[in-house]
Design a protein around this ligand. Structure first.
Ligand SMILES: [Zn+2]
Length: 83
């Protein structure tokens, strides 16, 4: 872990802006899922990998009830439904 020397201030709604240089460096785009870890007095933000909940593929996924499903698994599920 390295100190970036950057600081932020939490606003009245509890939000903290992640500086653009860090977002760009980590590939954090609007909508990227982030997991928050709390360890004593530290908060650790971890980019959530966008993988299918069933096969763990990183192919493009759709989100349903906060779970990601890839196109192949979705097709398989739809086949079950039509039987
Ligand atoms: Zn899948």
């Amino acid at each position: 872990m390295r100190n970036t020397g950057l600081q932020g201030r939490i606003d009245s709604l509890g939000r903290l802006c992640i500086p653009k240089i860090i977002r760009d460096g980590l590939g954090l785009e609007q909508g990227t899922l982030i997991t928050l870890w709390v360890e004593q007095d530290r908060i650790i933000l971890q980019k959530q990998e966008q993988t299918c909940v069933f096969c763990h593929s990183s192919a493009p996924c759709i989100e349903y009830k906060q779970k990601l499903i890839c196109g192949e698994c979705l097709k398989t599920l739809l086949r079950f439904r039509s039987k």
